[in-house]
Design a protein around this ligand. Structure first.
Ligand code: NAG
Ligand code: NAG
Ligand code: NAG
Ligand code: NAG
Length: 489
């Protein structure tokens, strides 16, 4: 019952939110789809947690699991709700079935295969170019994501819906391709789970495999790879073959650059698309658009690892450092807490400007200026430590830094990062045997206790541990003092 409820909520949200905007040219317009209407292939609905429920005669399949779904291209670790089709998709063979046509909602890389547990024999459901995925919360505060296969209808004429894919013709129906025999995917004999790809997907990849097998180097093959990429931008083989073709055909690489930019905008988190971009930039030896491209991608998502990688690669390979320092400075000025920006600053200094004494001092001053305004964020403090690694005088030897910290402390600043930093200074002084009235084991013990009991309780275990360490150093200091005094006598 609960299951049903969830499903309905799921579907309701689907239709209410108007989430079915077809990205990827999904040949489908939503209309008033209703799971209980009389479509030829009416989907059954499944919610996955860790159970399988079957409708009578095993026509519909309800499988539930909160387990993860890993594919070569993505990992999903949310509960999902699946729609499998009792009439069509459950059938044990799959290839030429009606294609589940689905919308994508913000899915970068299509899930191409669904790894399932044993015991799901006979279940087929859509692989991913055909699946939409979304996460939302219901009124009860339950959050879940769901995969919903929206429609199993064959990609037929959708002109009434105004869809852009009206003109799609299968490769098998194209006269200019009738000299090619499609090569079906070899799934192996013991396939437990049958995956239903969309008919378009199957058609395109059957022809792609044929072309690959023949090693055909032609314009039509180049065009075919475009369709294959659109259906699955994560397929390395397709991209590699496309590059082979570009080379063999002497194609215009600048328009290819524009093309891959579009693909990146649709799939910014896909490794293969960035790799393709990189190879093109290498071939052209022209990095002039890379900072802007990655800047845009990072605007969308500051944590996009591939975009950072690509940016750093371009900067390093082509020496684009000057502009980068300005870029980073603006980012830090906008948001001092932006850890990515600080990391990028380190990258530029480390790889380009170098850690001369002058640069070290300049970076220290820059960082202290920032810390003055935001004392309670780790990012700048971490950078400061990173810079001081390159200061020959160490943490404890730089008077600018130590007096800055003591000034803050005197002015009642108790940021855990400040206290931790002073502890580090003490630690270094102890190790060097250069303790003084401000930086010694007593001070470190005191600060550890303050952190553990008041300013950083979350990590009290760690601070208590450090405290014990410093107590030993304290005893050592005491006994050294005694020795000195004894000698004096
Ligand atoms: C598709 O639409 C065209 C023109 O709108 C029409 O001539 C054709 O018969 C339709 N095909 C199918 C399969 O419905
Ligand atoms: C890409 O497509 C080819 C042709 O279908 C297939 O053999 C290969 O396994 C696919 N690669 C990936 C990573 O999906
Ligand atoms: C952090 O920096 C990135 C670029 O590195 C930028 O796109 C993003 O907007 C910044 N984050 C915040 C929260 O300002
Ligand atoms: C402080 O910086 C970290 C990065 O170290 C960031 O993830 C975090 O959100 C920031 N905290 C605050 C309170 O701004």
């Amino acid at each position: 019952m609960l299951l049903k409820l969830l499903l309905l909520v799921c579907l309701a949200a689907l239709s209410n939110a108007g989430l079915i905007s077809p990205v990827y040219n999904a040949p489908y317009a939503y209309g008033g789809w209703n799971p209980y209407s009389s479509y030829p292939a009416q989907p059954a609905i499944a919610s996955q947690h860790s159970n399988i429920l079957r409708s009578p005669f095993n026509l519909g399949q309800v499988s539930t699991y909160t387990k993860s779904i890993d594919t070569p291209f993505s990992s999903v670790r949310k509960a999902d709700v699946r729609v499998s089709n009792p009439g069509v998709a459950i059938a044990p063979a799959y290839t030429r079935f009606a294609s589940p046509l689905v919308s994508h909602v913000g899915v970068a890389a299509p899930v191409a295969k669904v790894a399932t547990t044993a015991g799901l024999l006979g279940v087929a459901y859509s692989a991913a170019p055909t699946v939409s995925h979304m996460t939302y919360t219901n009124g009860l505060g339950l959050a879940y994501g769901c995969f919903v296969v929206v429609d199993f209808r064959r990609a037929r004429n959708m002109s009434d819906s105004g869809d852009s894919d009206v003109a799609w013709t299968y490769y098998k129906d194209r006269p200019e391709w009738n000299d090619v025999t499609p090569v079906p995917e070899n799934e192996g004999p013991n396939l437990v789970v049958v995956i239903a790809h969309s008919e378009k997907f199957v058609d395109v990849y059957d022809y792609f495999r044929a072309v690959l097998q023949k090693n055909e180097k032609s314009e039509r093959a180049l065009h075919l790879t475009k369709d294959a990429v659109e259906l699955n931008p994560a397929n390395y083989t397709v991209w590699q073959y496309r590059r082979d073709l570009l080379k063999a055909l002497g194609s215009d690489l600048r328009s290819e650059l524009d093309y891959v930019e579009l693909v990146i905008k649709n799939s910014p988190k896909n490794y293969q698309v960035w790799h393709h971009r990189r190879v093109l930039v290498e071939w052209l030896q022209d990095p002039t658009q890379e900072l802007e491209l990655t800047g845009d991608a990072l605007m969308q998502d500051p944590k996009n690892y591939h975009a950072w990688q690509h940016r750093q690669w371009a900067i390093k390979t082509f020496g684009l450092y000057e502009k980068e320092m300005d870029f980073v400075d603006n980012l830090i000025t906008d948001d001092v807490r932006n850890n990515s920006a600080w990391n990028q600053r380190y990258f530029v200094v480390n790889n380009h400007l170098g850690w001369s004494d002058l640069n070290v001092q300049r970076e220290i001053c820059y960082t202290l200026e920032k810390i003055k305004f935001i004392k309670n964020n780790e990012s700048a403090w971490n950078y400061l430590k990173g810079v001081l690694i390159h200061d020959k005088r160490g943490l404890s030897g730089n008077a600018v830094v130590t007096s800055f910290c003591e000034e803050l402390y005197k002015n009642k600043c108790r940021s855990p990062y400040l206290l931790a930093f002073i502890i580090d200074i003490c630690d270094e002084a102890i190790k060097k045997g250069e303790t003084n009235c401000l930086h010694n084991a007593n001070r470190a013990v005191e600060l550890c206790q303050a952190l553990a009991t008041k300013y950083d309780k979350i990590r009290s275990k760690y601070w208590n541990y450090m405290c014990e360490k410093f107590k030993k150093a304290q005893q050592q200091e005491e006994s050294n003092k005694d020795k000195v005094e004894n000698m004096d006598e």
